[in-house]
Design a protein around this ligand. Sequence first.
Ligand SMILES: O=C(O)CCC(=O)C(=O)O
Ligand SMILES: [Mn+2]
Length: 203
Amino acid sequence: MQVLPKGVRHIPGYLDRPRQEALVESIRDVVAAAPLYVPEMPKTGKPMSVRMTNCGSLGWVTDRERGYRYQTHHPGTGKPWPPIPDVLIHIWRAVSASDKQPDACLVNFYSADARMGLHQDRDERDLETAVVSISLGDSCLFRVGGRTRGGKTVSFRLESGDVVVLGGEGRLAFHGVDRIYPNTSTLLKNGGRLNLTLRRVNL
Ligand SMILES: O=C(O)CCC(=O)C(=O)O
Ligand SMILES: [Mn+2]
């Protein structure tokens, strides 16, 4: 058993299959109201390999001109993001150890060749409340380290139904997704991996 950095908690199999299925259904409704789109890297405009959307009062977006930020509206439709489904609020309450509510939920969709480079979550005003991340569908290789780039990292697989909490000293841990393992889950009909990241943005 590997030792994870302080404040980083991996809860394997937190959601059983029926709860995973219910969650996918509620995310289908989110995506119907707020379609997945291709985010662009700041300055270069290079497309990210992960497709994204959000629910909650604020959504994380990025594009060439304005870079990483939170905003109240979907960049494509101009509409407010749909609300965070109750099932997600319940998970947050059970694992975040916070009395605050999440005000943002980023929905990441990874096809077989998508990945996410090592980064910190630090676009929030609140950098103390934990970040709660839920994995659905195909497995991935997740990497997490400390608060400085270039330090030691550990890698482990995230499977469908797993939850990761970055709290306390782990709140600003560098983390990323090195690869997806295609066809490792039957949860999503067309394969791929869904990640739901719940955060508290405003103080
Ligand atoms: O997909 C994941 O497990 C991590 C996603 C992530 O780190 C992010 O969206 O900031
Ligand atoms: Mn992140």
